[in-house]
Design a protein around this ligand. Structure first.
Ligand SMILES: Cc1cc2nc3c(=O)[nH]c(=O)nc-3n(C[C@H](O)[C@H](O)[C@H](O)COP(=O)(O)OP(=O)(O)OC[C@H]3O[C@@H](n4cnc5c(N)ncnc54)[C@H](O)[C@@H]3O)c2cc1C
Ligand code: SF4
Length: 327
């Protein structure tokens, strides 16, 4: 690891001021950033520790939603009784991620900004446009079993690894950001993440120096919420494919449906196509399969990950059947 300087921020405004210096970076729980620093992938010259900022609370919003502070630990959010009863898809997604110890350290802001698990990104001997722009993509034509089948580009086929962000996508969360000039803006999570295009190293619309202060959940949508994660082993493993769904039914027909996939794209993948194929249709397996076909219509495999396309279809069908049964 390279040498760096360190300071602990005492308030949010001081934190964004401190990080505006060249080479500075925020550190929250450090569960992703420190690993990347040890591997010489992230090379900050100065760390601004924001883990003790008073941004840990989960608060009621006047509209019936919740504000989750950026420093709220993943385990605290998952265990919060309001999250468990009103936003179970979020609680289920968080519990499906990492391990108990990691969830105790991992913050809401850090989880949103964790980097990809593409093995070539972690291998400094390999070409990787995300780590080293212009150096190529070793995953294309390489071992690409965990990679994207939707929204990929000729420059990068990586996936976003967060479970929490997939659940927040069907909940239509907004991310609140604080800039060094004191201005605050909110970005819908659908617009927060970018597809790789020719600039896979730019993963979000976050401006240099901006800090996430909270995630805002609107009032819970009607219907049953479910998160289903498929992975190589039952715990301590990232998603091959995951589905977050919210489904309401009325007399055997689907009312509203929201669907997002994890593990298939550079960002949590909301499937408007699947939702359109579900709304107003009978709650039957034929409908779920049609929605799954619609969701994966533009999917393209890279060889080793071809299986993900059918896996995503089947995971969606199973999740929808479970949600419709219970709603
Ligand atoms: C073995 C292992 C297994 C895992 N399994 C899963 C899994 O199954 N599912 C899953 O979703 N995740 C998993 N994770 C990832 C884990 O959830 C993330 O490492 C964690 O959420 C990151 O949060 P952190 O607070 O530690 O972030 P840090 O490591 O401190 O920071 C991550 C990045 O976010 C930036 N950052 C942090 N907070 C802010 C903020 N408020 N504003 C702006 N920038 C900020 C940092 O500068 C850094 O670039 C796993 C991690 C490990 C090590
Ligand atoms: S898929 Fe993206 S992260 Fe992986 S090697 Fe290619 S450019 Fe790098």
């Amino acid at each position: 690891m390279r040498s760096f300087t360190y300071e602990r921020a005492t308030d949010a405004q001081a934190a964004v001021a401190a990080v505006s210096r060249t080479g500075a970076k925020f550190i929250s729980g450090g569960t992703n950033l420190l690993d990347l620093m040890k591997l010489d992938i992230e090379k900050p010259s100065h760390l601004v520790d924001i883990s003790r900022l008073p941004l840990r609370d989960i608060e009621e919003l006047p509209d019936g939603g919740l504000r989750i502070g950026a420093q709220a630990a993943n385990s605290d959010v998952a265990a919060d009784s309001r999250v468990r009863t009103r936003y179970p898809v979020l609680s289920e997604a968080l519990v499906a991620g990492a391990s108990g110890q990691l969830r105790n350290k991992a913050s809401t802001g850090g989880n949103l900004l964790q980097r990809t698990r593409c093995p070539y990104f972690y291998d400094t001997a390999a070409g990787c446009n995300k780590r080293d722009p212009g150096s190529g993509c070793s995953a294309i034509g390489g071992f690409n079993r965990i990679h994207a089948v939707l929204g990929a580009s000729d420059s990068c086929i990586a996936t976003h690894p967060s479970d929490m962000a997939v659940a927040m996508t069907v909940l239509e969360a907004e991310i609140e950001l604080l800039d060094a000039d004191g201005s605050v803006r909110r970005v819908g999570i659908a617009d927060f993440y970018r597809l790789p295009g020719h600039t896979p190293h730019i993963e979000t619309v976050l401006r240099p120096g901006e800090m996430i202060t909270s995630a805002l959940l609107p009032p819970p949508p009607a219907g049953r919420q479910i998160y289903r994660k498929v992975r190589d082993r039952a715990s301590y493993e990232f998603a091959l494919v995951s589905v977050a769904a919210v489904v309401s039914t009325d007399q055997g027909a689907i009312g509203e449906a929201r669907v997002a996939f994890g593990g298939v794209a550079h960002k949590p993948w909301r499937s408007i196509e699947a939702e359109a194929a579900l709304t107003g249709r009978p709650a039957t397996m034929a409908t779920y399969r049609a929605a799954a076909e619609a969701a994966m219509r533009d999917a393209v495999g890279q060889g080793h990950n071809d299986f993900k396309i059918e896996l995503a279809r089947r995971t969606l069908c199973r999740t929808l059947a479970q949600a419709a049964r219970a709603s």
